[in-house]
Design a protein around this ligand. Structure first.
Ligand code: EPZ
Length: 420
């Protein structure tokens, strides 16, 4: 396994190009299962999760060809079952279920199971499929949805933590080929869901309301091939913005979409970070001393849970008390104990972390756990004095394209080594 060695204390300077959004491209790739015609998706990030999705689609019978940051997928003939191991290993692949159900009227995938940040249920996905007329069966770790016909229906997909991103994506994709009209109330409003709806409409679907809590899908007989460019990754952009602030540097984020980042930019400004729009780019640097802020993660357009850990790393460096409350996942504080190894003073009180910030951080060996927790450790390591070794860096490679080389391009002293 590989590790990153970061020698901290260097302010980041320069510019970094934001890659295509991981959480958009996975459902976009799954959506190509809805047609027998070829689809082309551009600005695809080179990530292990993306290559994995390619393996799953290939296993299902699709032709998948990566060419740089473009992937061409042709799902002429496909089977309706997802390989148990493949789907179980990457939760995001649950989004093949909706397209398989829509195209074949039958879908069998492994129950994705939980992961380090929480239980990750799919009850809302299944509620939507059942509302469309699918019969559901759960046995031997698989879930099967099948229907003679899919009929449009009205449904409410809100759960204990509000809307579901992949649940909305899954049901929306199945509904594109249902007979009649489907209305999804409490639909997820994330930009990645809007990007998917735009791609589906380019394929001939009839979806209105994307980006709002009410999605209306008028079913069509079939969908055709289409081309699409993935939106930039707002979570990656937020991560580099926070790294710039944490190291007291100045970084130009090329191609970041500020309209996808209102909640994050608002909190960063409150925290004493200056953010200037330069056309389609964002220039980020500190604006005097950092100030403590309180954050609660919410569904879009609230503060994103995927930026919670990275923001905590910034608050660790900020003199004063900050409170971060995680309302989306039940155990997304894995980074707290690792940040403490670098000198952070954080107490967890139920869904909240109380950060007593401003103590200097010193490098130490730490363990990556989940994707965004690993990003928080990178940010802390960049700001700490001395060397930080981040082990199990494959977590980072799932969601950050070439992170070590992008950071070196900004002047950071980062190297990737084979773990001893
Ligand atoms: C997507 O996961 C993202 N992953 C996650 O990003 C992101 O954190 C999450 O949305 C929330 O924004 C991808 O897009 C591949 P949810 P998803 O369904 O769709 C509960 C990252 O770091 N829920 O919106 O699986 C669930 O337990 C990853 O890039 C149900 O109760 O998340 C959670 O508490 C991590 N029943 C909440 O809803 C369901 O059927 C939000 O989950 C589904 C979800």
């Amino acid at each position: 396994m590989e590790s990153l060695i970061i020698k901290g204390g260097v302010p980041l300077h320069g510019e970094v190009t934001i890659s295509g959004a991981k959480n958009a491209v996975l459902p976009l790739m799954a959506a190509t299962l809805l047609t027998a015609e070829p689809c082309t998706i551009r600005r695809v990030p080179n990530l292990s999760d993306v290559r994995f999705m390619g393996q799953i689609l290939t296993w299902l019978g699709a032709k998948v060809e990566f060419d740089g940051d473009t992937v061409r997928i042709e799902a002429r003939k496909i089977r309706g079952a997802g390989d148990y191991d493949l789907v179980r290993k990457m939760r995001g692949s649950i989004c093949i279920m909706g397209p398989l159900l829509g195209r074949l009227k039958k879908a069998t995938v492994s129950l994705p199971g939980g992961c380090i940040i929480g239980a990750r249920p799919i009850n809302l996905h299944l509620k939507g499929f059942a509302a469309l007329g699918a019969k559901l069966k759960v046995e031997n770790g698989y879930v099967e949805a099948s229907a003679k016909r899919l009929v449009g229906a009205e449904m409410f997909l809100g759960g204990r933590a509000g809307s579901t991103v992949l649940g909305t994506a899954n049901v929306m994709m199945a509904a594109t080929l249902a007979e009649g009209i489907t209305v999804i109330e409490s639909a997820a409003c994330e930009p990645e869901v809007v990007d998917l709806a735009n791609f589906l409409n380019a394929m001939g679907a009839k979806i209105v309301g994307a980006g709002s809590p009410t999605l209306t899908i008028t079913g069509v007989k079939e969908l055709h091939g289409a081309e699409h460019e993935v939106i930039p990754d707002r979570i990656e952009a937020a991560t580099y913005a926070i790294a710039a602030a944490a190291t007291d540097g100045e970084v130009l984020l090329r191609g970041a979409r500020p309209d996808h980042l209102h909640a994050v930019l608002d909190k960063l400004r409150d925290a004493g970070v200056k953010i200037e729009r330069k056309g389609p780019d964002l220039l980020v640097r500190r604006n005097g001393r950092l100030k403590p802020v309180d954050i609660t993660t919410l569904t879009y357009s609230g503060f994103p849970t995927d930026v919670q850990a990275q923001m905590m790393a910034l608050m660790v460096l900020t003199p004063g008390i900050s409170i971060i409350t995680e309302r989306i996942f039940e155990s997304r504080f894995m980074h707290v104990s690792e940040l403490a190894r670098l000198g952070a003073d954080i107490e967890i009180e139920g869904p909240s972390a109380i950060i007593k910030g401003g103590k200097p951080l010193s490098g130490a060996p730490v363990m990556a756990s989940d994707l965004r927790a690993s990003a928080a450790l990178v940010i802390a390591g960049l700001a700490a004095t001395g060397a930080t070794q981040i082990n199990r860096v494959y977590h980072l490679d799932r969601g950050y394209e070439n992170m070590d080389s992008k950071l070196r391009g900004l002047g950071a002293r980062v190297e990737r080594i084979e773990e001893a």
